[in-house]
Design a protein around this ligand. Sequence first.
Ligand code: SAM
Length: 239
Amino acid sequence: MAKFNSQAEAEAAGVYISKVKSFVKREGRLTKAQGRALEEFWPTKGIEYQNEPLDLAAVFGRDAPVVVEIGFGMGKSLVTMAHEAPELNFIGIEVHRPGVGACLADAGELGVENLRVMEHDAVEVLKNMIPDASLHRLQLFFPDPWHKKRHHKRRIVQAEFAELVRTKLAVGGTFHMATDWEPYAEHMAEVMNAAEGYINTAAEGDYVPRPDYRPTTKFEVRGQKLGHGVWDLIYERTA
Ligand SMILES: C[S@@+](CC[C@H](N)C(=O)[O-])C[C@H]1O[C@@H](n2cnc3c(N)ncnc32)[C@H](O)[C@@H]1O
């Protein structure tokens, strides 16, 4: 990629460089199975980062509502969701390569056809590759909570991000977040309640019960046994 001397220069050239990243890239080693899955399935299920909008129907070979998930980790719940909702098209975005490999291994094993994956910063993908008003749902499950106050600026949910997500959702589309860290849930609600062009779909208060389409993760079930809470928030794009 071309090098830019400043954020302004990059933006002028149409390239978005987020100032603060929501992740620190870990150099995890690939297991043999993950490496094999990347080799076998990336050519058909992987999407390379590019600097222009995707033709979503061409990517999937059909027109269907598109769900994007940011930060799918090892991809277990994303693969289950895609398997259980064959009428939807799913794109998972994750920066952690072993996670991408693990997700492809599971998707390949189950023969899931309606899932594509990307290995890149989801903020850049949203900004540059996802067409405006094209998404049925955007999912952000258990994003890094960045517990320390001095790291709060790394939390992906911020006003600017809420606006970016809004422009990518179709009107009537939803932004679904879940977290097990209560202060982050409160932060999400604060940012989203202040964001224009959304309504909170909760019947009461800020949180909704976990919808059936979101499977629980092993990590989540273990946390619940220990008495930890989980907060789901779903906002709908209205304008
Ligand atoms: C705490 S983990 C949760 C993983 C998974 N959603 C789960 O519930 O098990 C957060 C994940 O988000 C990924 N991540 C953070 N920021 C990201 C970004 N900007 N683009 C893509 N992935 C990101 C991290 O690599 C990490 O795997």
